[in-house]
Design a binder for this molecule. Structure first.
Ligand SMILES: [Mg+2]
Length: 185
């Protein structure tokens, strides 16, 4: 069994809150445009180091914007494809798979306008990845900037000390700092 690091996408790997939303053209927070996918500082190196250490890197991201009619599944896929592209080194993808949850209970677009086991803080995406990719959750880690990321990790059975919250107001400011905790452990 392999060991994973589950990664939130927005404001963990790529810019979101500081994007120029007027230019982006969608409501703040709703990124579904490949042209505005921008890695946060240090993310590429951190991902390379974690992948080189043998961890499987999996992205788990809520994309309720599909349920809310802001973008389509295809827009989300194209945005994720751009992330894969930016995190490819010498033809090798650093991110093994990206799981997106298009559901939101307050959405308007069927069949996505409902609560779903994949939507963080529920652990569905993590559990699906563990089952599909034969991952050992007892030794895996999670990194995210929101409490719902941490809650999803805990609900999946990942150890509390392996669920790392990052952000400017956190002890670990960014992915680079979180990766040092993991690689030094
Ligand atoms: Mg986030």
């Amino acid at each position: 069994m392999r060991t994973a690091i589950f990664l939130d996408r927005d404001d963990t790997l790529i810019e979101n809150r500081d994007l120029p939303w007027k230019e982006v053209g969608t409501p703040p927070g709703d990124l579904c445009s490949p042209a505005f996918v921008r890695l946060l500082p240090g993310v590429r190196d951190a991902c390379e180091h974690m992948a080189n250490a043998g961890f499987v890197l999996i992205v788990v991201t809520n994309q309720g914007l599909v349920a809310r009619g802001v973008g389509t599944i295809d827009d989300v896929e194209q945005t994720n494809a751009r992330l894969h592209e930016l995190l490819t080194v010498n033809g090798r993808r650093l991110i093994e798979r990206i799981y997106s949850c298009p559901y939101h209970p307050k959405g308007t677009v069927p069949p996505f306008n409902t609560e779903h086991a994949w939507r963080k803080p529920s652990p569905g995406m993590i559990l699906a990845a563990a089952s599909e990719l034969d991952l050992d959750l007892s030794r895996s880690w999670l990194i995210g900037d929101a409490q719902r990321d941490i809650d999803a990790g805990l609900a999946s059975g990942i150890s509390p000390d392996r669920c790392l919250r990052v952000g400017p107001d956190q002890p670990l400011p960014d992915l680079r700092a979180a990766s040092r905790v993991i690689l030094g452990s």
